[in-house]
Design a protein around this ligand. Structure first.
Ligand code: SAM
Ligand code: SF4
Length: 336
């Protein structure tokens, strides 16, 4: 049993302006996976045959998500990101966005998507109160895109990005998982997108998690590859805690390049995030197996459980020493 000090009790009863974990990190960012289902089957993320469908009753209802977010905001959460699986396949998402956009204190609502359904929903998402989107795109070549996603149509994503930009779901960030032998020959093409467009192209190091755990070593390449190919990239000032990407820019480019390096240079020291899985588990760290169940919990209990989960956030992950993530879920279940 956790014995609570008087200040702890005060926070739980009354909420907090800001919430620090046991290592003094300010936790103000919640990532919410609204479904573990997806309309793609990216080879590093999901098995080719898809996943066993969870019963509806095992997934958080939209009302439960809303209650959890309200409690989290009382504890100092200011930024929220919907993720999945593919968040745009979750029914009722627009209504949820609309409800959460009314919460005082929640300053930023964003969404990470594969972009396939963005053309259909971008305008409604903007009207519902979503601020911005990150779009995952691992190849600019139609055939390669289909190969890595096992079924996706590149043009759907590109058209979705156009519309998202047009309706103001900006700034748009493109997430590119860097995979040795697959898309390292496209680094320059991706970076060249930033010349004419106000986009942030972010290269993310492939993590040995879920499906990718069994991949051969040569697939895992460091973000240093990007810097080696583009010595002209100019480093931009570091924006401080909570910024996971190191930012760069090409001379005269409109957009930026971000390097997210969870493996070669982990950012645990200034991690500001917690995660909620679609089945209602609060994960204080992406790479740990530690989970706190919030599904079916009475709203009065949520503040205490969230508080305890934040205090239990581990100092860092141990991928480099152990060679793999401890998390025993595929990425589509956690949300990245
Ligand atoms: N379906 C949405 C999408 O693809 O953007 C949201 C969920 S997806 C799990 C979130 C992000 O995690 C994507 O950018 C995806 O590329 C990334 N991701 C999935 N598995 C990964 C892995 N093993 N290593 C690094 N990034 C990964
Ligand atoms: Fe789906 Fe996103 Fe995973 Fe690809 S990375 S399979 S789009 S959840």
């Amino acid at each position: 049993m956790v014995v609570m000090s008087a200040p702890t009790q005060d926070v739980i009863m009354g909420g907090a302006k800001e919430m620090l974990d046991s290592y003094g990190r300010r936790i103000n960012y919640l990532r919410v996976s609204v479904t573990d289902r997806c309309n793609l089957r990216c080879a590093y993320c999901m098995p080719a045959e898809g996943i066993e469908k969870r019963e509806h009753r095992d997934i958080l209802s939209l009302e439960e998500v809303e209650n959890i977010v309200r409690a989290a905001v009382r504890l100092g959460i200011e930024k929220l990101r919907f993720t999945g699986g593919e968040p745009l396949v979750r029914k009722g998402l627009l209504q949820l966005v609309e409800n959460l956009a009314q919460i005082k204190g929640l300053k930023d609502i964003a969404l990470t998507t594969n972009g396939i359904l963005l053309k259909k929903y971008a305008r409604d998402l903007k009207n519902a109160g979503l601020n911005r989107v990150n779009v995952s795109l691992d190849s600019l070549d139609r055939e390669k895109y289909r190969r890595i996603t096992r079924c996706g149509r590149l043009d759907d994503v590109l058209e979705g990005i156009e519309l998202a930009q047009e309706v103001g779901l900006t700034p748009i960030k493109l997430n590119v998982v860097l995979i040795g032998g697959f898309n390292d020959d496209e680094i320059i093409d991706f970076v060249n997108l930033t010349f004419k467009r106000d986009l942030e192209v972010r290269f993310i190091e492939l993590m040995p998690l879920g499906e990718a755990q069994a991949w051969r070593k040569s697939s895992f390449i460091s973000n240093q590859t990007v810097l080696d190919k583009l010595p002209r990239l100019i480093p931009l000032p570091f924006k401080g805690p909570g910024t996971v990407a190191r930012l760069y820019k090409l001379p005269n480019a409109k957009g930026k390049v971000g390097l997210i390096s969870p493996i070669s240079s982990h950012f645990c020291n200034y991690c500001n995030r917690i995660r909620l899985t679609a089945d209602g588990k609060l994960k204080p760290c992406l790479h740990s197996n530690q989970e706190v169940n919030l599904k079916g919990v009475h709203p009065d209990e949520l503040l205490r459980l969230l508080f305890e989960a934040i205090k239990a956030k581990p100092a860092k992950h141990y991928i480099s020493t152990k060679g793999a993530s401890e998390a025993q879920r595929n990425m589509n279940e956690i949300g990245g």
